[in-house]
Design a protein around this ligand. Structure first.
Ligand code: OGA
Ligand code: NI
Length: 188
């Protein structure tokens, strides 16, 4: 019951964020939700056991999230999430009563690169295990992902070619997680 309530509420939060992101781009409030269709939702409960030599491994290697939007609940006791900014890994320390919101590759494509799907990883700890709960909102398989037209009218035009989410997803998992940004393969 608790987990199913959590899933429902996280989904509502994701929808609200998608509406606000649409509006921030000067698009109709429903634009992103319409493109993504009946969104899939996955939950990953990540458990990172302690490791005596944490520098020898990663909990999760560097990657971007291939979906649309990720809502991450972090362990308040143990830090581990890092994001790549200007070539440096920065810790994203857990804050009480806060989620980490990750823009996924699909929102980067839809926004024609205005929103960035950040490179991130999880490191492990010497003496404490860490848990995190990631909720992924995903476009339906046949959603056509295409940079929003109003955003391609000035500057460099459409940065990415059109693709379906199914095509993207199979390309994404056909590579190693920490290879180059998968969206690079879809550039015009
Ligand atoms: C993920 C992820 C980070 C974390 O599951 O995609 O990035 O802190 N997790 O567990
Ligand atoms: Ni991730």
């Amino acid at each position: 019951q608790i987990v199913s309530d959590y899933c429902v509420q996280v989904r509502e939060l994701g929808y609200r964020l998608q509406e606000l992101i649409s509006e921030s781009l000067g698009l109709e409030k429903d634009y992103i939700k319409k493109v993504l269709g009946e969104q899939g939702q996955h939950m990953a409960v990540n458990y990172y056991p302690p490791c005596p030599e944490p520098e020898l491994t990663y909990g999760l290697p560097g990657h971007t999230d291939p979906n649309a939007l990720t809502i991450l609940l972090q362990d308040l006791q143990v830090a581990g999430l890092q994001v790549l900014k200007d070539g440096k890994w920065l810790a994203v320390n857990p804050q009480p009563n806060a989620f980490v919101i990750n823009i996924g590759d699909q929102l980067q494509a839809l926004s024609n690169g205005t929103y960035k799907s950040v490179w991130h990883r999880a490191i492990v700890n010497t003496d404490k295990p860490r848990m995190s709960v990631a909720s992924f909102l995903c476009p339906y398989d046949h959603a056509l992902i295409s940079p929003a037209k109003p955003l391609t009218q000035h500057g460099c035009g459409a940065v990415y070619r059109d693709f379906t989410y199914a095509e993207y997803y199979s390309k994404f998992w056909g590579r190693n997680l920490d290879q180059e940004h998968c969206l690079e393969l879809f550039k015009n």
